[in-house]
Structure formats: C-alpha cells, structure tokens
Ligand binder design. Structure first.
Ligand SMILES: Cc1ncc(COP(=O)(O)O)c(C=O)c1O
Length: 400
C-alpha cells in the first residue's frame, strides 16, 4: 500500500532496523528454552549482528547495567511472583507494590516530595507537557530539545517560543516580553545528539526571576551527571517546588520507563490529567523491579559513574588528538562530524569492517550528519584503543 510512498524516500535517507542476533535463544514457544549465559557477550559494549561481533559504541547503556546479574535476578523474581504483563492501567489494577516502591525510591534519589512512573521517556514528555501547559500559557523550548518534547509542546495548546540552542540571552529576551498565565521553560539537560550540557544554572536564575516553571528532561543526565544523581546535582541546584524533573530508566539504568520527580501537588495533578499515565497499561512488574535494583546499584557503586567518565575522557582525548570535530560534546555522547551524509555513512561502514558498530545519524534527525559515539563504563581501555585505531584506518580510507 505504501510502496510508492517509500520509493519517494531517497535511498540514503531510508531508515533500517538493525536487529541483533538472538544468540541461542529459540523462539519456539512449544519448548522450554534455556539461555546459555556463558555465551552471552552482548551486555553493554558488544553487539552481535549476522553472526559478527562488534564493539558497540551506539548504546545508551552508560553504566552497563542492562546485563547486570542482580538486575536480571530481580526481574526474574518479579516474573515468578507477578507473571509478565501488568494488564491494566495504574488507576485500575495494573500497579503493584513495586510500582509504589520505585516511585518512593525515585523521590528519595531526586530529593523531591513525590514521583510518578511513566512507560517511557517519550510517553512522559507527550503526556506531562500538555498536562501542565494549555491555552493561555507559553512554553520556552531549546531548539535542540528531544522530539518527544517538541511533540508534547505541539499537543499542549500553549504558545511556543523556541530559543536558540543553549542561548540564555535569547531565552531572557523572549521570556521578558511574554506575560501569560503560566510560563514554562523546557530543556534537555544533556542534548542527546550533540552531547553538550544545558546552561542550567543560568536557566534556573531566569526562571527564578521570571516566576517561570522549569521542566528538565534528564534522560541522559540520570546516572551520568552529578555523580549519577543527575543535572540538578551537577549544578548544585536544590530541587524546588517549581522545578519538574523528568528522567528515564531506559538509558544509564539499563531498564525501561521514565519518571517525573516533583512536588506532591504536581504529581497529584499528573495522576489526574496526564493522559499517557491514565490511559495506558502500567509497566510490567519485572521491569519495575529491574529499575528498583538499578537505582540501588547506581547509589551503592559510585565507581561505575567514575569509570564511565574515565572512559569518556580517554575517548574524547583520542578523538581530539586525531583532529576530529566533536561539536560541543562534554559528556559520554560524542558526535564526530566528517562531512556530508555520504561521507558519514562511508565512515560508519568502514568502522564496521573493523568490528566497530557506530551508525551514522543523518538529517532530518539532526541538521549536521554525524557519527554519534557513546562510550560506557563497560568498555575496556582496549575497546577504546581499538576504536581509535579503526578510526585512523577508516579516515585514511574515506580520504582516498
Ligand atoms: C532527551 C530524551 N528525552 C526522552 C527520550 C525518550 O526516552 P525513552 O527512550 O525512554 O522513550 C530520549 C530517548 O531517546 C531522549 O534522548
């Protein structure tokens, strides 16, 4: 039905799913299938595609927790106790004590009165933004904010004012001339494609002086910034009743889902108005159990976050020594810009020849094509050395 429409998409623009191999997992439901854990080499830094093992530099599993033994055990235990699906929304019968426990743990972790779980970061942004902003309000949004924020803003009927990326002077100018019912400033903390950090201290001051709500998307900051506690900790900003923090379990915490951490009134309002919370089945208890354990490990093992940053500095230095343009990266997300889409894709293909997996990110997802490298705590020094030497060879190849 859509063949003709698909043909209209330029070949270089066509998106492809790159599913990894299922190893020795047989999807035959009639038999008991046992995974041979000794063969699983994929967690964090490895990926197996079409029988070839690559070092993976494209995952958001920053702390390598997706395969952590304790997390796997707690998820299995929850499956045995609760079964798999939640089978109803939280407002019906889908929630468990685990959901409540996770919310309490998130509130403690983020030092807020309360917290609420959503099924994904995308769902949180498209549900919460329309719940807190409507006609008569105005949202000030960084031009590089995540797609889910853009969609959330569209769904709200509030006026939008997009400020230049990270430009606090522009934000000030815009906010000072707009006097609506409610003014809300929304920003990613770590920008997911550029790897730079929002100037949150200045944005905080602007919100304070203009009586605006600050909504931060800490999807990539949670587990990464501020010793793992997130962007507010990184900037030494105390949680305030007018700050709403969104974060995800799907990246550094190696699980799935998202949270809003905020004042009790905000959370009560969202329970009553956020459509993605009200009208959606709750997360499976095993996923919630995994997130609880991941949060605990993050707090008990600060060495993981230190290792992540050690690896980040090593890779960043290696890339800089080679003269690569890494935009304004300050975090484990390091874009490398080498030219147009074709050159970027060629570099990514060359890297694959050297068993390095790092796909190209192209327009329209980003304006400037790049390879978006992400480094994690589970990469070894040798993995990073291998990436640098593969890049040296691949660079020569594409320059010829
Ligand atoms: C900044 C940001 N916000 C939200 C999301 C969505 O999170 P999730 O993958 O949990 O839906 C992402 C994920 O890519 C993100 O990078």
């Amino acid at each position: 039905m859509f063949e003709e429409d698909i043909k209209k998409i330029k070949r270089s623009m066509l998106r492809k799913i790159n599913d990894r191999d299922a190893l020795n997992y047989a999807s035959d439901n009639s038999k008991e299938t046992e995974l041979d854990l000794s063969q699983i080499i994929e967690y964090g830094s490895r990926i197996l595609i079409n029988g070839i093992e690559y070092i993976n530099f494209s995952s958001n599993d920053y702390l390598g927790l997706s395969g952590n033994i304790h997390i796997r055990k707690s998820a299995k235990k929850a499956i045995d106790k609760f079964g798999f699906g939640a089978c109803a929304s939280r407002l019906l019968s889908g929630g468990t004590g685990l959901h409540r426990e996770l919310e309490e743990k998130v509130a403690g972790f983020k030092r807020t009165d309360a917290a609420l779980i959503f099924n994904s970061g995308y769902s949180a942004n498209v549900s919460v933004i329309p719940a807190i902003a409507s006609e008569g309000d105005i949202i000030f949004s960084d031009e590089l904010n995540h797609a889910s924020i853009i969609d959330g803003c569209r769904l709200s009927r509030a006026k939008k004012a997009v400020y230049r990326h990270g430009d606090v002077k522009h934000l000030s100018e815009l906010i000072e001339k707009e006097h609506r019912n409610r003014r809300i400033v929304i920003t990613d903390t770590i920008f997911s494609m550029d790897g730079d950090i929002a100037p949150l201290r200045e944005i905080y001051e602007i919100c304070l002086h203009n009586n605006a709500i600050l909504y931060i998307d800490d999807a990539h900051g949670t587990g990464v910034l501020g010793g793992g506690y997130g962007a507010l900790n990184h900037f030494n900003i105390k949680p305030e009743p007018w700050i709403i923090q969104m974060g995800t379990f799907s990246k550094a915490l190696g699980s799935l889902g998202a949270f809003i951490a905020a004042g009790e009134d905000v959370i009560q309002w969202l329970i009553n108005t956020a459509r993605g919370f009200i009208y959606s089945t709750a997360l499976p208890p095993c996923v919630v159990a995994a997130s609880i354990t991941a949060l605990q490990i993050l707090q008990e093992e600060p060495a993981l976050v230190k290792r992540l940053w050690h690896n980040r500095e090593k890779l960043f230095k290696g890339l800089k020594d080679m003269g690569f343009n890494t935009l304004n990266s300050e975090t484990p997300i390091i874009p490398v810009v080498v030219g147009d889409t074709e050159a970027t894709m060629k570099l990514s293909e060359e890297l694959k020849e050297h068993q390095i997996y790092a796909p190209a990110i192209r327009p329209p997802t980003v304006r400037i094509p790049r390879i978006r490298f992400t480094v994690t705590a589970s990469h070894t020094e040798k993995d990073i050395d291998e990436l640098i030497s593969a890049l040296t060879m691949a660079k020569k190849e594409i320059e010829n």
